[in-house]
Design a protein around this ligand. Sequence first.
Ligand code: PRP
Ligand code: ZN
Length: 313
Amino acid sequence: MSKNVSENKNDSIKESGEGKTRLKLAIQKSGRLAEESKELLDKCGISFNKSKDQLFCAAQNFPLDVFFVRDDDIPAFVASKVCQVGIVGQNVLNEENILSRNQKLRMVEEILPLGFGRCRLSLAVPHGFEYQGPHSLQGKIIATSYQGILSHYIAQQNIGAEIVDMRGSVEIAPRIGMADAICDLVSSGATLAVNGLKEVETIFQSEAVLIRSPDITAQQNDILNRLITRITGVMQAQSSKYIMLHCPVERVEQIRRVIPGCDSPTILALQGRSDTVAVHAVCNEGIFWETMEQLKSQGASDILVLPIEKMLD
Ligand code: PRP
Ligand code: ZN
């Protein structure tokens, strides 16, 4: 990292007090959220050289230190103020918060959904199990790594079921006779399918979120706000498109109404053509082929749809 020290001059927030002028972020070391968490930082223009097995890494061009840890440990890293922020699945956050509440420990706060790592926590049973609703689990054994969320659910449903706490490979529990049902994360459903299980109840929908500790310094709060602005910009850009097309002058109004999520497009004159103009607009949602066909049928031509890399309102 020393070779990049000169890049630090880009920092508008200068180092002064011990560590207080940098923000510490915990992200997953490996697993479902790891790659996309790193990608998000990359899209925010934050770069760091991480070698394999490194636990900690200082960003070169932003006052951020990144810790690479097990996802289940992220809420505790933030609650104990080792890190001020973290990126974690709501499934893990919720589970850890339930356990912390039960033990009267500090809980962490969710500040921003990040739109990736979507999955659900579901109940699943073997194909032969005649499931007719949550009451079918009365007196049964359910294996899970989400004891907190599951206990809460079975209490809510008024079911008397026994929970077997497992750290991993929950899906094999019914086959080896350890449990009658499981409660585990499902994303594509492939794991359930290969283990002869059917999903019967969704308990919780989850995605990756940014979390923060309640006490951070004013300087760290400034850095956090800069980070949030960049993340929001990246997310906005990802869901937006830039559209350019040509259209007859008299059809501008009809065309504008077809462009999704656009109020005031830019209208530009075309060299040597008084009957046609160019229309440019930022659409705050995706543009499907159907929309393009509709634009064409309204008289538009030369339609181009482009991705947007960055956005700052
Ligand atoms: C989860 C879950 C399943 C798998 C489901 O594990 O425990 O094994 O993902 O995904 P699928 O529906 O696409 O097959 P995860 O990768 O989160 O690992 P972890 O539970 O050990 O953190
Ligand atoms: Zn995990």
